[in-house]
Design a binder for this molecule. Structure first.
Ligand code: OFO
Length: 173
């Protein structure tokens, strides 16, 4: 496997692992603040990010590279409020999209079209994740400080349709 591509893929492994920890921290914060719907949503999202990481690990190894399992930074322990949680989530996803775009760039420069093809799954995934974060944030801004609205928001999030697939499934998330 091309060295630059391998290194870029391993950097992405680290970012997906950090995403998983970040969402786990949000899930735990929400659970401790009585926001059970939000907690469920974040726990599911954390699992999903772990799946993104595993998908990369398997791809690197299957193509003759060596996946490096990264050390992970401690995520934040506290969040100001729910809006702050989703603002940070959106900013995080925007940064991840940028790193996926950089990865696409490396694939093209190195003419690694197989990896380029593989990475397209992540390109679409980022589109969806950013759109979801923006929708949720818009809703939260509409609700403002209304307690009843917040209760409904948390309940709706519990039913939000995020599907987590086993790591062996390469087609779906
Ligand atoms: Fe892995 O999609 Fe978000 O970060």
């Amino acid at each position: 496997m091309n060295n630059r591509v391998e290194q870029a893929l391993n950097e992405q492994v680290s970012k997906e692992a950090s995403s998983s920890q970040f969402y786990l921290a949000m899930a735990s914060w929400a659970e401790n603040n009585g926001l059970n719907g939000t907690a469920k949503f974040m726990y599911t999202h954390s699992d999903e990010e772990r799946f993104h990481m595993l998908k990369l690990v398997k791809f690197i190894n299957e193509r003759g590279g060596k996946a490096i399992i990264p050390q992970i930074e401690q995520p934040p322990k506290e969040f100001n409020n729910l809006e702050n949680v989703f603002e940070r989530l959106l900013q995080h996803e925007i940064a991840v999209t940028q790193s996926i775009n950089d990865l696409v760039d490396v694939c093209l420069q190195e003419k690694d079209y197989t990896t380029h093809n593989f990475v397209q799954w992540y390109v679409s995934e980022q589109l969806e994740e950013e759109a979801l974060a923006r929708t949720v944030l818009d809703k939260l801004r509409l609700i403002g400080g209304d307690k009843g609205g917040m209760y409904m928001f948390d309940r709706d999030l519990e039913n939000a349709s995020i599907i987590t697939a086993p790591a062996s499934d390469n087609q779906k998330k």
